[in-house]
Ligand binder design. Structure first.
Ligand code: ARG
Length: 483
């Protein structure tokens, strides 16, 4: 077989493309990952062609059977992919024709690789979203378990990386949970726009064959066919949305990684990494390094880069399909692999983390975490807040000079700053009291954090039902497709 006969489009050409052009334009090394989806999409298309009488029923049957065989092979990991063929779509069609003969040549009726590739990638992204949401739910559940144990564990809350007000560790961990919950919601929302079927859009303008787009859409578990063929073959919004959702999540995970790097440092000592999630140094025998947390932080760069690549790729492309768009898949796969690799490891790492409650509590002794409470106390005794702020500021300045904390000042010392202050004021600013007092909705008081855990669990239940319901629905779709 000459080079040109291996192409799907050789008719137009007197000579085949150069080897250089072939290897330059090939996407096989990347899109081979889509083999399963490509075959599944082709089965649905073949069933539709034969249901509509566009291919003779016996041939349609033969095509579907041949494809089902290929599906088995790809599942067993032994699909015979040829490096000489430019992409996975060409490989599947050519394998089919090798196996079942000329009937295979009817498969591509009323279809273009333009609607095909979008269908494949949408099916990939759909599964990627469901896996990601399931993993996000696992991480949330680990964090919530840990948060529940730490409702009374006091630690400094930070702004500008400076001590701000006392909070509980449970409250702090729940802040991460709510971020991750928004991420899950974002993925599930993107899912709706991903889950529409491009098949039937053809190259760009639809087809003159009497196709049934509802049939293929349903057979592949999509909500419905897309609306405009030209938009369909040009649209990679779903890939960008997915990449953004991955990036936003990676930015959250990166912050968590950074926090663990800090917390496990000797300066903080808020936590110790389990041996299972730490590594050593090849030269310094004493080292226990938080490499997993550092790599999570580092890998966020890949997600950010991928998102930028996709935005730049799509920016300014004229309608409709342009070959540039072949460069979309690498970033989608990379973002997916990056994010899932981090989600798999971060939950177990938090599960095994040993918090040092004593260290956290001791850290609260410095930094005047109760200064706001002392000012609020003066307000309750009638002083305008701005003046109270000044008074407490002066008390803090005095304490810094004396090497004391606010709560260790004597009543006499306090009174220098305001006559309104007395022993009751000192009781008011014990750190425990400060923590428990913040009982406004969303606050750090233990009963409020318990409410937050309840809210988050409720929401997670909804996401879980949606995610696992969809996974089960798709399993059924694939069972039916194999019939
Ligand atoms: N490999 C191509 C891609 O990933 C498939 C679509 C090719 N379509 C075309 N008109 N050349 O985008």
């Amino acid at each position: 077989m000459s080079m040109s006969e291996k192409q799907l489009w050789s008719g137009r050409f007197a000579e085949g493309p150069s080897q250089m052009t072939l290897s330059f334009t090939s996407s096989l090394s990347i899109d081979a990952k889509l083999a399963w989806y490509d075959i599944a999409g082709s089965i649905a298309h073949a069933k539709m062609l034969s249901a509509q009488g566009i291919v003779p029923p016996e041939e349609g049957e033969g095509i579907a059977e041949g494809l089902k065989q290929l599906l088995k092979e790809v599942e067993q990991g032994d699909l015979d992919i040829s490096e000489d063929l430019e992409d996975i779509h060409t490989n599947v069609e050519s394998l089919l024709t090798e196996r079942i003969g000329d009937a295979g040549k009817r498969l591509h009726t009323a279809r273009s690789r333009n609607d095909q590739v979008s269908t494949d990638l949408r099916m990939f992204v759909r599964d990627a979203i469901l896996e990601t949401v399931a993993l996000l739910l696992d991480v949330q559940s680990t964090l919530m378990e840990r948060a529940e144990e730490e409702l009374e564990t006091m630690m400094p809350g930070f702004t500008h990386m400076q001590h701000a007000q006392p909070v509980s560790l449970g409250f702090h961990l729940m802040a991460h949970v709510f971020r991750l919950q928004r991420d899950a919601e974002r993925f599930l929302d993107a899912y709706k726009r991903v889950n529409q079927c491009p098949l039937g859009a053809g190259a760009l303008a639809g087809t003159g064959h009497h196709i049934d787009r509802e049939l293929t859409s349903m057979a592949l578990g999509f909500d419905r066919p897309t609306d405009n063929a030209m938009d369909t073959v040009s649209d990679r919004d779903f890939a960008l949305e997915f990449a953004y959702a991955c990036t936003q999540t990676m930015v959250h995970l990166s912050g968590m990684g950074e926090e663990l790097v800090l917390w496990t440092s000797p300066e903080f000592g808020f936590a110790e990494m389990s041996d299972a999630f730490a590594t050593g140094s090849s030269i310094m025998p004493q080292k226990k390094n938080p490499d997993v947390a550092e790599l999570i932080r580092g890998r966020s760069s890949l997600a950010i880069g991928n998102l930028m690549q996709l935005l730049t790729l799509m920016k300014g492309l004229p309608l409709s399909y342009n070959r540039d768009m072949q460069e979309d898949k690498g970033s989608v796969f990379s973002s997916y692999e990056t994010l899932t690799s981090c989600l798999y490891v971060i939950g177990p790492m938090y599960h095994a983390l040993a918090f040092d409650r004593e260290r956290m509590k001791n850290a609260c002794a410095n930094g005047f975490l109760n200064a706001t409470d002392l000012a609020d106390h003066l307000v309750q005794r009638g002083m305008p807040f701005r003046q109270a702020h000044e008074v407490v500021g002066a008390a803090v300045r005095f304490s810094v000079k004396e090497g004391k904390t606010l709560e260790s000042l004597s009543v006499a010392e306090l009174k220098q700053f305001s006559e309104l202050l007395d022993q009751g004021s000192l009781d008011h600013i014990s750190l425990e009291a400060c923590l428990h007092r913040r009982s406004s909705p969303g606050g750090t008081a233990p009963e409020q954090v318990t409410i937050q855990i309840g809210t988050a669990r409720q929401k997670a239940k909804g996401h879980e039902a949606e995610c696992y319901g969809e996974i089960a629905r798709l399993e059924k779709v694939w069972d039916d497709l194999r019939q």
